[in-house]
Design a binder for this molecule. Structure first.
Ligand SMILES: [Zn+2]
Length: 143
């Protein structure tokens, strides 16, 4: 069952943008993507419609949530990008893309991620350490 209070309007112009439990969202049909049924929501304030996967790392990803889940778990267990790619039989670039995308979805999005993947707090800590280290390297520090 979808808990509508876990979602928020994704329209940046809306006064309810990013806010949960405002009573502004209604369910607005479903669609099927890669064999999984996805819920659509509509915001009663601004009228915008969006998918349950909007504002999660699953949005616009060409991997299904199971594959992304495996990547995140693998990284969270302390494996590097190269090892994760090898374990899952994916390209290093693909793993990189998912990890970096996960890193861009901080704070608000972590709740969605946690709920979808059922990661433990410890696994999340390791994931963030990894992402922070990786971002530091990208900025030219830590190498
Ligand atoms: Zn809205």
């Amino acid at each position: 069952m979808i808990d509508i209070d876990q979602y928020f309007c994704t329209n940046e112009q809306c006064k309810c943008y990013g806010l949960r439990s405002q009573g502004n969202l209604i369910k607005a049909g479903t669609y099927i993507k890669q064999g999984e049924t996805k819920q659509m929501f509509k915001c009663k304030i601004c009228g915008s419609r969006f998918s349950e996967t909007r504002n999660t790392i699953f949005f616009n990803s060409h991997y299904d949530s199971a594959t992304i889940g495996k990547i995140i778990r693998c990284i969270a267990e302390g494996n590097g990008v190269r090892a994760t790619a090898r374990i899952l039989g994916l390209s290093k670039d693909a793993v990189n893309a998912v990890v970096l995308k996960a890193g861009q979805h901080a704070d608000e999005m972590m709740c969605n991620l946690l709920r979808n993947l059922h990661l433990t707090e410890c696994q999340m800590d390791e994931l963030w350490n990894f992402i922070n280290k990786k971002n530091a390297i990208r900025r030219g520090f830590g190498t």
